[in-house]
Design a protein around this ligand. Structure first.
Ligand code: NDP
Ligand code: 8X3
Length: 257
């Protein structure tokens, strides 16, 4: 197992759910964190809590990953002490609605495609060259069971996560011959703000997604990400699928009530 002490880890979507849980687990392991998201206050609160609990060194970036110029500027203007990123966690992402494809909302589609695919590509494009020139690095992409199996109404979201799966595989191939590692962590149902975002703030509908089920927690996913990034340097965990015991596939969920 390798140490994360003083490693610089950039996490997108650190203001909630899996991104926040990753920040906590890495802070506990002594890493230095670059935390990015749009909600600045959330980032500040998280940074305050982590600094207080672990004394973590943290650099915050208010960033919309859909904005290519903003991503370029954020990465190229990092202070010198923060510019040698060791690990990139491409976590920022979202789903919007469960509309049938032929009735879908164009804005929802664009938001998912621009965030889940293009945002991940922008971060990768601006961060990985530095890793290659330094001869070290690890990219972890948050995929999903939705990238392996479609489900009714999942259409475009599933398509974005299928893209993440193949982009991850492609990046692994393109980096063959370097020391850079590439991993996709693909969870099933995790209770976060994901469903609230999917249903545009309809909390009642969001809560129903997790009724009668024991879903994964963000910490469960962060544990797996931590495992992947702490293997010996010659080991690459290509892909991990994890889901709750109560879930057997994208469409098969056992509900106890
Ligand atoms: P949350 O909604 O709790 O968190 C999503 C994070 O993404 C937030 O921090 C949000 O920050 C950030 N984000 C969204 N859009 C943007 C943007 N344009 N620019 C920057 N940051 C953005 O959901 P999860 O923690 O569940 O989701 C994290 C990842 O895990 C996503 O990629 C999701 O697809 C994936 N996933 C989730 C599963 C689940 O069941 N929850 C299962 C499988 C995969 P802010 O709004 O502040 O910008
Ligand atoms: C999130 C899991 O099944 O809601 O990616 O698409 S699912």
């Amino acid at each position: 197992m390798i140490s994360l002490q003083n490693q610089i880890i950039l996490i997108t979507g650190a203001s909630s759910g899996i991104g926040t849980a990753c920040a906590k687990v890495f802070a506990g392991a002594g890493a230095k964190l670059i935390l990015a998201a749009r909600r600045w206050e959330r980032l500040q609160q998280l940074a305050d809590a982590l600094t207080k609990e672990f004394g973590t060194d943290i650099h915050l970036i208010q960033l919309d990953v859909r904005d290519r110029n903003a991503v370029e500027s954020a990465i190229s203007n990092l202070p010198a002490a923060w510019s040698n990123i060791d690990i990139l966690i491409n976590n920022a992402g979202l789903s919007r609605s469960l509309d049938k494809l032929h009735e879908g909302d164009f804005q929802d589609w664009e938001e998912m495609i621009d965030t889940n695919i293009k945002g991940l590509l922008y971060l990768t494009r601006y961060v990985v060259p530095g890793m290659v020139s330094r001869g070290r690095g690890h990219v972890v992409n948050l995929g999903s069971i939705a990238g392996h199996q479609a489900y009714p109404g999942g259409n475009v979201y599933c398509g974005t996560k299928a893209a993440v799966k193949l982009i991850t595989e492609g990046l692994k191939q393109d980096l063959l011959g370097t020391s850079i590692r590439v991993t996709s962590v693909d969870p099933g149902m995790v209770e976060t703000e994901f469903s609230q975002v999917r249903f545009h703030g309809d909390t009642e509908r969001a809560d129903k997604v997790y009724q009668g089920v024991t879903p994964l927690t963000p910490d469960d996913v962060a544990d797996v990400v931590f495992f992947c990034v702490t293997r010996s340097p010659h080991v690459n965990i290509n892909e991990v699928i994890l889901m709750p015991v109560d879930q057997a596939s994208a469409t098969q969920v056992y509900r106890r009530s």
